[in-house]
Design a protein around this ligand. Sequence first.
Ligand code: GAP
Length: 455
Amino acid sequence: MKDLISLCKRRGLIFQGSEIYGGLANTWDYGPIGVELKKNIKDHWWKSFVQDRADIYGLDSAILLNPRVWEASGHVGCFNDYMMDCRKCKGRFRADKLIEESMIAADQAAEVGGWSKEQMEGYIAEQGLKCPECGAQDFTELRQFNLMFQTHQGVVADSTTAIYLRPETAQGIFLNFRNIMNTLRPRLPFGVGQIGKAFRNEITPGNFIFRTREFEQMEMEYFCAPEESLQHYDAWRRFCMDWLADIGLKAENLRMRDHSEDELSHYSKATSDIEYKFPFGWGELWGIAHRGDYDLTQHQTFSGQDMHYQDPQSNQKFVPHVIEPSLGVDRLLLAVLADAYDEEEVNGETRSVLRLHPRIAPIKVAVLPLSKKLNDKGLAVYQQLQKHLVCDFDTTQSIGKRYRRQDEIGTPLCVTIDFETLEDGAVTIRERDSMAQTRVSLSELLHALQAKLAI
Ligand code: GAP
């Protein structure tokens, strides 16, 4: 993880947030290379979950919602974690996480999701859990903590103007269910997907971009008839797993875990997490939840608006059920980086390489003239290629150093211009993974690159 974080900074993928002011803990900025990678991941999700599907629509809803939304959704009452402080070192911890870690260390099944305050306090006392920072056995009582960020709308900061930054993008979709029904008149089953920022005042953010207080989600709500909902739930679980393989994640680093009854969220009838084997251990990557008719029914009750769907064939009226695959962009980006990161010995030196799938690689092709005298020729080749592919043009330092730089940001192909190019009109394509080199004529270059990238 240390090597990955240092590569991210060195190569302009991810920088610490507010760095020149000493930073703001657990905030991160995506640099010029990172923002391309993030955009490619989001674009691929959008294509697979919205554009390629006749049954799914896109949406971009507001971050600030009427505060009643969060009462209806259950977030005001239930979106809480239990926290406790160490009296000695003043460290603050999420009780469920400390208990889970202790259970994993004891080789027990670690499912604490539905535990009550008493159950957690009982376990902590019985097992004599110690502070992971200082080793003391002196915790405060467990306190509930709501994870929503509160702010104020307007100029007067009194309680009547209190609003929340959305902790998930999903609610914006439920609020627009009627708008989409009334304007596009879709038939069930259909889905609505959106990508956007979410905010949670996490008690223990950390592990780089795995858990942060500001992050992006890619969520899709799939509305369906109640009797077909389990079938759709199963299909989406498979679809999501296949999609992760499609962007290049290794099967051995992925697993599906079904939530037990007492672990389910307040709204969910069934939930599975796709977990990824991060450098610090297995962690949730993608939640796929069967939310039943909970959200639409709650919004119907709280807003007084009708959320029924009328089947055009049977004329039957019902509130649709919902299947929700919900994925964090930043968390997926971390999985993608961890999966792709590799080190190998080449001529007695260590080569760091990001073996990214070409589809999501920030830069597809780097054009590298071997000598300053070839820069004009190189620039002309670059200008031709960048009309079709995201390219880089790099003329500084030795060719070996330039290859290493491109390897570290995952560029699948480099094109080298040498003096022979001026004579025979051919260039060398060098492949990131095998380092194999092939000579190709300039007239064939674009075609050859596209064939190798296969995107
Ligand atoms: N709408 C359902 C929902 O938000 P969730 O399991 O709380 O469900 C879904 O979140 C996904 O969002 C997670 O699987 C994870 O990928 C991402 N996520 C959640 N909290 C996060 C955080 N604090 N930092 C980064 N990503 C987070």
